[in-house]
Design a protein around this ligand. Sequence first.
Ligand SMILES: [Zn+2]
Length: 136
Amino acid sequence: MRKAQNWNQPCPDKSCEMYGQMNKGNISGISTYLTKSGSRSIFKCKCCNYSFSETGDTVFFDLKTPEEKVITALKMILVRVSISGISFVLSIKEVTILKWQDRAYRKADKINKILLKDIAVTEVQSDEMWSFVKKK
Ligand SMILES: [Zn+2]
């Protein structure tokens, strides 16, 4: 059997002894599936036998906004549309977009994988993709 990995996924079952605890070795990845937004994993908690899918909220915590819209906003940032421009086009508050941008920067690897499916960029660009964000 493969060694337990650290998935950074806590057990989401509130009745589980290990609920909310990350990287205790109780979570194993059992499969992956594809969504419009990229590949997602299915996990299982060994403690309570609960299986659950990885949700976009590990990247996109703002569940009030459809992931598609968040991704569109991030793409617009990447092609250097101004925050006020994005705010106008998508009818999203500037402060919200700034929050997404900040999160995207911190989760750049994961988000890049999602965005790169749709935008043609080279590897070099993807490494540098978010660096301009931080400079601001
Ligand atoms: Zn559990």
